[in-house]
Design a protein around this ligand. Structure first.
Ligand code: GCB
Length: 651
């Protein structure tokens, strides 16, 4: 079955890709090249939250028409960051509505004078709805956070002598409604004996703080006016040859040539081709292997694409280089195969969350997290519960950390969230996720949702549609959603390739009774497998733990309880992983911030690391386990080298 799928993909894949993506245009990561420049706009922006009652003063007074400081008092706001925890104003932490960002930029003269240059404004993410003005001109709108969007602003900057000065204004609304993803509701509290007039709260149905703002980089980049708009690469393996299928879309010219060169890590040419689509054959290809699965993990080739277009002003060239990992992914009744070998996910769930920056992208944090993942011996994570920054996936490609790429389909808890408008939006979001992340070898599966109310009939139809759509967008990867429903009630499970289960035995149920975990977990696995005969991942399990709390015999919230709970899970996981359980992802890698509630002490504390990335006792337990599993499951079996030798318990 797996092999059939791979062969069909090699033949049909390039054709299918073309039909499936409904979005106009690509979303290639902005890379510098001989024909492309980048100007990052990270740093301090002017910021103002619209505290007016209807939150619409900014529009009524047209704050985008003049420098923001002329509209009233502004704050310094670092980008990237979430705006919530930066200021000392408590109102900003809980603010719901429109906030305004502004930044003035001076462009290089060439960008404004050279008419064969195209200038693009790209916003890494703006949660949850954004409107962008350039020099007061309405330029771009985008619905949904966690994903990039961009606009060609050449005609705004190539207009006259003053054009090198640019004012970018971005209004962002963090309100979540029944048709946003994630969804939410706004509740007006009208009892005037308790609440002031017009008082409302934002209800969310997920367990993380709804951080918002410009949380990823904003940048300008250039391309020539004829340019490489998108590249789609899929790979397969035939005997010892790697096959790299490529499809390239070009914009700005119909008269062009494309040259494609595949280089190995030493920059040696291994295959080449021409035209908008084709297949490159790499005899003796080195495969992209997950971390710890092979002595040479994460091997990356470079696909160099060169466009030469004939334009009225003369020939124009554009260059783009894409990292490519050659690997295959397939699913059987009981296995998850990478490069034809059984792969076991021993990893974590994460959040893009830390300290005062909230979900703001941060290089030191990113590198620290990857060092911790390697220390832990983790080979995978799920992007719970939204797509992470592109730089994170690039690290996964380089380090061999396998990713289940989840869209922001979290909190689909109420029946009214399963409506047609939401469904259309969810499918569009999946188009954006796949468009952005399709070329990452590290991404091995899409997750369209976390814990939707999948026992509902309407959810069954909804999930079927989103999953079918995602499979059409990318026939090369399995698709799942993560469920916490009962096996007999779940209406979405028939459509997934891998069953992903969250359960919190002895935490949210029968709390304190660690002795019940083995029985309940065994029942969980056996009933799901009997019903579906599909591989299963334990996609969440864990216990709230306050670092430094100790009690033996273990009590809830102590480090001992977290460890004991994990140990009980591991007994059953060890029995089932030799059969059909193909992975375990701890909840959570690190503590993270949530809304305030009587069940959360400064956030969710189920991390095996603290929010400051220091280990709790459970981290050492998990580390021992993951390295043990890695040593048992690596391929070929004689190889025991790790990427983390100095820290490995198995050197
Ligand atoms: C879950 C959710 C996750 C929560 C976690 C918890 O099932 O998927 O978002 O944070 O449980 O700790 O309650």
């Amino acid at each position: 079955m797996a092999r059939g799928l791979a062969v069909a993909w090699a033949v049909l894949g390039p054709l299918l890709w073309g039909c499936a993506l409904a979005l106009q245009g690509g979303m290639l990561y902005p890379r510098e090249s001989p024909s492309r420049e980048r100007k990052e706009l990270d740093g301090l922006w002017s910021f103002r939250a619209d505290f007016s009652d209807n939150r619409r003063r900014g529009f009524e007074e047209q704050w985008y028409r003049r420098p923001l400081r002329e509209s009233g008092p502004t704050l310094d706001m670092p980008v990237p960051s979430s705006f919530n925890d930066i200021s000392q104003d408590w109102r900003l932490r809980h603010f719901v509505g429109w906030v305004w960002y502004e930044r003035e930029v001076i462009l290089p003269e060439r960008w404004t004078q050279d008419l064969s240059t195209r200038v693009v404004l790209r916003i890494g993410s703006a949660h949850a709805y954004a409107i962008v003005w350039v020099n007061g001109v309405d330029t771009l709108e985008h619905k949904g956070g966690y994903l990039p969007f961009e606009a060609d602003i050449s005609n705004l900057v190539q207009v006259g002598p003053l054009s090198s000065q640019l004012r970018i204004t971005i209004a962002i609304n963090n309100t979540l409604t029944p048709t946003t993803l994630p969804p939410g509701t706004i509740q007006y509290l009208t009892d005037t004996s308790k609440y002031p007039k017009g008082y409302f709260v934002q209800n969310t149905y997920f367990d993380f703080f709804n951080y918002a703002g410009l949380q990823r980089s904003v940048l300008l980049y250039t391309t020539p006016t004829a340019y490489i708009d998108d590249i789609t690469v899929t790979t397969s393996v035939e005997h010892d040859s790697g096959l790299v299928n490529y499809q390239i879309s070009v914009k700005g010219s119909n008269l062009f040539e494309l040259e494609v060169r595949l280089l190995d890590a030493e920059n040696k040419l291994v295959a080449n081709g021409t035209g908008t689509q084709g297949q490159l054959k790499v005899p003796g290809a080195r495969l992209w292997w997950p971390y710890l699965m092979h002595e040479r993990p994460a091997y990356l080739y470079s696909l160099e694409v060169r466009l030469t277009a004939q334009m009225s002003l003369g020939p124009v060239s554009d260059f783009y280089t894409l990292p490519v990992g050659i690997r295959t992914v397939a699913v059987t009744e009981s296995q998850f195969l990478i490069n034809g070998k059984p792969f076991y996910f021993h990893g974590v769930n994460k959040h893009e969350d830390a300290d005062i920056r909230g979900k703001g992208f941060d290089w030191p944090l990113l590198v620290k997290d990857f060092n911790l993942l390697r220390w832990l011996g983790a080979n995978a994570f799920r992007t719970s519960h939204y797509p992470y920054a592109e730089e994170v996936l690039q690290m996964c490609d380089r380090y061999g950390i396998v990713v289940i790429d989840e869209c922001p389909g979290v909190g689909l808890a109420l029946p009214q969230f399963f409506n047609n408008v939401s469904l259309q939006n969810h499918m569009r979001v999946m188009e954006e996720v796949v468009r952005r992340d399709k070329n990452h070898p590290a991404v091995v599966m899409w997750s369209v949702a976390n814990e939707p109310a999948s026992h509902l009939e309407s959810a069954g139809y909804y999930l079927k549609m989103v999953i079918t759509h995602t499979k059409a967008l990318d026939p090369s990867r399995p698709v799942t959603f993560v469920t916490n429903s009962n096996y007999a009630a779940d209406k979405g499970a028939p459509y997934v390739d891998v069953i992903c289960l969250n359960s919190y035995y002895s935490w949210y149920h029968d709390y304190g009774h660690l002795e019940l975990i083995q029985q309940q977990l065994t029942t969980q696995f056996e009933s799901w497998y009997k019903t579906y005969q599909k591989p299963i991942i334990q996609s969440e399990y864990g216990a709230e733990t306050i670092v430094g709390f100790h009690q033996d015999p273990p009590l809830m919230f102590t480090e001992e309880y977290q460890k004991s709970l994990l140990e009980q899970y591991h007994v059953v996981l060890d029995q089932k992983r030799r059969k059909y359980v193909v992975g375990e992802l701890i909840w959570n890698f690190a503590d993270f911030m949530t809304e305030q509630s009587p069940t959360r002490v400064l956030g969710n504390k189920k991390g095996v690391f603290t929010r400051q990335r220091q280990p709790k006792s459970a981290a050492f337990l998990l580390r021992e386990r993951y390295w043990k599993i890695a040593n048992e499951t690596r391929y070929p079996y004689s190889i025991a080298k790790s990427q983390c030798l100095e820290n490995s318990p198995f050197t």
